[in-house]
Design a protein around this ligand. Structure first.
Ligand code: SF4
Length: 383
């Protein structure tokens, strides 16, 4: 039986960041009790369908889940650990922003059972924080990291790089400063322009330019070099960890495991007892999600059984992001299709010869050059 990863979405934020296309919304007032009750209802429904299973991780994401009441997190953790069989090293992550409001609640989240915190630091340069529309300053970010390290066994934080005009030397210096703050895990994302965001409008108007091509690639390679100096290795395109500190929850996505996703807009992949792999997604708008859960007990808007070709495609899209790559036997068993029928063998050979993919200990992985071009490799690799 596949162990489960459980994702819980809190869809509210204090303000909308100009680069963000996540399902996050700003509201003057949130009915915490109603949202907590609805999350519990969706969890109970999915648990009844999934059956008793080992539970490997819980991840409170968003939005800004550190804005939820710690009691809500505590109740959901209690429910999840009663409805499933938690593994002894159950990982429970909470995303938080480093503002003083949220900092004041972190101890209560720790008491609720959260054992890993992921802080949305995004930058340490004041001008960059202002550009990114963040509500915290550099001093708050550093204080939050120090407090998180004292409070939680595991700490991760996010930074955004490849910002307009960012020089390689400046990024290296900022990153070294961040790495010295000694988190065991870092997510380092290149700034991208997502449709529908405030940045998309500004970018289209020519308000700023992002580093592209060779410049962006140089920043990516500099990132891995600096992380390695501090003992953090890249284990996924944007994620770096000390050995053993990888996010188990996110590894479940990348290794194409089963995961439940509850809350507005959450996705899920769940293997049913007959072997069918069901893909589901929920209504994105928080109020409509709430109304549907109150009416029907869930807010699933789409659910389909994935055919083998879709399963293989998803497993490869996720797995080739990992430095460990993919195991063809796992792809075949999760996909329900032999590996050599799922990919184009001639194209696979060519991509290996050209140095974009490599076989390592029986696993297929993207090389450094391949990781920079993953989006274009996959369509040609798949049959
Ligand atoms: S805090 Fe996070 S989820 Fe909320 S708007 Fe900003 S980037 Fe998006």
């Amino acid at each position: 039986m596949e162990p489960l990863a459980l994702y819980i979405h809190w869809p509210f934020c204090a303000a909308k960041c100009p680069y963000c296309d996540f399902n996050s919304h700003v509201r003057d007032r949130v009915d915490h009790a109603a949202f907590a009750q609805a999350l519990r209802a969706e969890l109970a429904r999915e648990a009844a369908r999934a059956g008793r299973r080992p539970l490997a991780s819980i991840f409170f994401g968003g939005g800004t889940p550190s804005l939820m009441l710690p009691e809500t997190a505590a109740t959901l953790i209690e429910d999840a650990t009663r409805l499933f069989d938690p593994l002894p090293d159950l990982e429970i992550t909470l995303e938080a922003n480093p503002t003083s409001v949220e900092l004041g609640k972190l101890r209560a989240f720790r008491a609720a059972g959260v054992n890993r915190v992921s802080l949305g630091v995004q930058a340490l340069e004041p001008a960059a924080l202002a550009f990114l529309g963040r509500k915290h300053d550099t001093a708050e970010a550093i204080r939050a990291l120090e407090f998180a390290r004292e409070t939680f066994p595991r700490v991760s934080f996010d930074l955004i790089y490849a910002r307009p005009g960012q020089a390689e030397a400046a990024w290296r210096a900022e990153l070294r400063r961040a790495l010295a703050l000694a988190a065991d895990h870092l997510s380092l994302y290149q700034l991208t322009i997502e449709p529908g965001t405030q940045f998309a409008t500004l970018h289209a108007r020519g308000a700023f330019r992002l580093p592209e091509g060779e410049d962006a690639a140089r920043l990516y390679l500099a990132t891995a070099e600096e992380a390695a100096r501090f003992g953090l290795r890249p284990y996924e395109v944007s994620n770096y960890a000390q050995p053993g500190a990888e996010s188990r929850h996110n590894l479940a996505y990348w290794r194409y495991g089963d995961y439940l996703g509850i809350g507005a807009g959450a996705h899920q992949r769940l293997t049913m007892p007959d072997g069918t792999l069901l893909a589901a997604r929920r209504h994105r708008a928080p109020e409509e999600w709430l109304a549907r859960v109150q009416r029907d007990g869930h807010a699933v808007t789409e659910e389909e059984a994935l055919v083998p070709r879709d399963r293989v495609r998803e497993a490869l899209i996720m797995g080739l992001r990992l430095s460990e790559g993919v195991d063809p036997a796992r792809i075949a068993s999760r996909g329900g299709l032999p590996f050599d029928q799922a990919v184009d063998p001639a194209m696979l050979e060519a991509l290996v010869e050209e140095g974009y993919l490599a076989w390592r200990d029986g696993r297929l992985a993207a090389t450094e050059a391949g990781l920079l071009r993953l989006d274009s490799l996959l369509p040609v690799l798949l049959r």
